[in-house]
Design a binder for this molecule. Sequence first.
Ligand code: NZQ
Ligand code: ZN
Length: 394
Amino acid sequence: MRSFEYYTPTKVIFGKDTHLKTGALLKEKNYKKVLIHYGGNSAVSSGLLDEIKSSLEDAGVSYITLGGVVPNPRLSKVREGIELCRKENVDFLLAVGGGSVIDSCKAIGYGVANPWTDVWNFFLKTETPKACLPIGTVLTIAASGSEMSNSCVITNEDGWLKRGSVKSDLCRPVFAILNPRLTYTLPQYQTESGCVDILMHTMERYFVNIETMEITDSISEALMQTVIYNARILMKDPGNYNARAEVMWAGSLSHNGLTGCGTAGGDWACHQLEHELGGLYDVAHGAGLAALWGSWARYVYKENPERFAQFATNLFDVPWSADIEKTALAGIEAMEEFFRSVEMPTNLRELGLNLSDEQIHELAFRCSFEDTRTIGVFKQLNMKDMEKIYLAAR
Ligand code: NZQ
Ligand code: ZN
């Protein structure tokens, strides 16, 4: 078990109609000018955006709006937001949407608060941000955990590079408004893709090769079981409030650091492998993770089959046997079976990608930063390893 720091400064306001408190919350903090940032059409057509605007107007908080954030959010929109905020003297960023909108806000916040450098440098990790504008979120999809996380992922259209920022507490939102009802309008594919992402934020921290804490393992296993159970319910009953609520809270807890206490940060290889798919092929993040995970797991499990066997037994009731590797493999198969049961892909073809050898090589080349880095800690992976995993997932 490793020593750790745990810092989670985000105020969470959870439950029905909580989004109506947005204006009052902003008024309380005395923010002068808010940018309401949102995505495509969903927040407009559901009426949510109008409700948020009314809430701010009722509280006497002035605002401007900027929509048009797309999934795998783009650097060009971030630059547009930075310019707008400077011109309008914005002092608070309100994300109304999912991970893409929140991350776009975080990047805008970095850009505005660090005029001494170009914002993309924080994603190239050649510079470290010194400040960030404060951010609040009204979450509309349970998935990324960005509403409480210290990271931000942006795609630069120049080269279609999808990169995570330097991790920093500066970008952790001040508040997160979590109303499970706001997720009712999600297409099933996005709901289930979100569930996979939540699971993966826990699994990335769970699959490490060091001695972990029992309490962290137990929290992680309970969280994963809850998500699996409720993801199945939502396939049949998308308007089930309790299932939406369980998944939404799990999403925040899975990525605010709680499930990483004592695990020295986690593995994150699958996320790195997936970001190349998101950048180049614009796939939904959770679905991309589902398509890769089984191939990653089979490639690495021999490093510590006991860990995978614990996962199999505690999550899926696979009977413990003397043949640890058999138990480990049964757990991997059970997770893939879960992915299939919620119509998530378990390979790249099912994700809609038919990739040539050259395209697979290109993915590994980019993920390894042109063969200059390794990823993962459960098993450290070089470019050749990455290529083998992408190939196995084809
Ligand atoms: O743009 P609109 O019209 O709003 O549609 C969105 C979008 O098409 C739709 N949607 C969202 N809420 C909805 C809704 N449709 C109907 N009803 C609603 N209530 O869903 C689609 C996906 O939205 P997006 O924000 O992209 O989803 P998600 O929350 O999964 O975010 C994915 C992004 O977050 C990044 C991912 O890489 C990806 O770019 N991540 C961010 C992390 C972080 N900052 O900590 C960690 C994660 O690992 C992840 O990498
Ligand atoms: Zn993720």
